[in-house]
Design a protein around this ligand. Structure first.
Ligand SMILES: [Zn+2]
Length: 217
């Protein structure tokens, strides 16, 4: 296995739609998957799409630790969570030719980062509840429902396959910041809200505190 070089924002491979994987038995596909998993883990990312490692193919890998999802249990329905796997983390998943559809129109905004935009994070609206599907390396079909951060990672990775970066999904570019300034930024926001007597929006647990919340993908 090998750690692959990650393309950064501005590289053309991140801007063009990736091609469908037509042959699951292609000789280098399994090797590419293994290398992508190793690269994602080395970079401590939550997900990685093939265009990020200079391969314009519709292939993504992701894994979400249970710690990242814990905060979401508070506000979501536990029965539905058990079904969608939220709260227990998401095991390492490899999806070939993946796609998704929102299950309702509701979106959440949360911090997001990207291994192709190192050092930066921004607030990105994403569908809260989706169904997604794709083909596993063994040829079987994977189909799941996902909410919260799990759903966010899948949407982020699928966007990479269409040449779309998180900056193109942001509603408010003033929240594009260096992660090293995150604490200062959040303090500034809190002060601005207190001094204006503006309504302080309910924070998404685990999203504005302890910035493990910005796992890059
Ligand atoms: Zn990314």
């Amino acid at each position: 296995m090998a750690i692959l070089k990650i393309a950064r924002m501005g590289h053309p491979v991140l801007r063009r739609p990736a091609e469908a994987v037509s042959d699951l038995d292609a000789p280098d596909l399994q090797r590419l998957i293994e290398d992508m998993v190793e690269t994602m883990r080395d970079a401590e990312g939550a997900g990685l799409a093939a265009p990020q490692v200079h391969r314009s193919l519709r292939l993504i890998v992701f894994a979400v630790g249970p710690n990242r999802l814990r905060g979401e249990e508070v506000e979501s329905d536990s029965a539905a969570d058990a079904e969608s796997g939220a709260g227990a983390g998401v095991p390492l998943t490899v999806l070939i030719n993946p796609d998704y559809a929102p299950l309702d129109e509701e979106k959440d905004e949360a911090w997001e980062a990207c291994l192709s935009i190192p050092g930066l994070a921004g607030r990105v609206p994403r569908y809260r509840h989706i169904r997604y599907w794709g083909t596993a390396p063994d040829g079987s079909t994977v189909e799941r429902e996902a909410k919260g951060f799990h759903a966010r990672v899948v949407q982020h990775e699928c966007d990479h396959l269409d040449g779309v970066l998180l900056t193109q999904r942001m509603a408010d570019m003033s929240t594009l910041i260096f992660t090293s300034e995150m604490n200062r930024f959040l303090e500034g926001e809190a002060e601005a809200q207190a001094s204006d007597f503006r309504h302080v929006p309910e924070s998404n647990p685990g999203d504005s505190h302890g910035e493990s919340g910005t796992n890059a993908a």
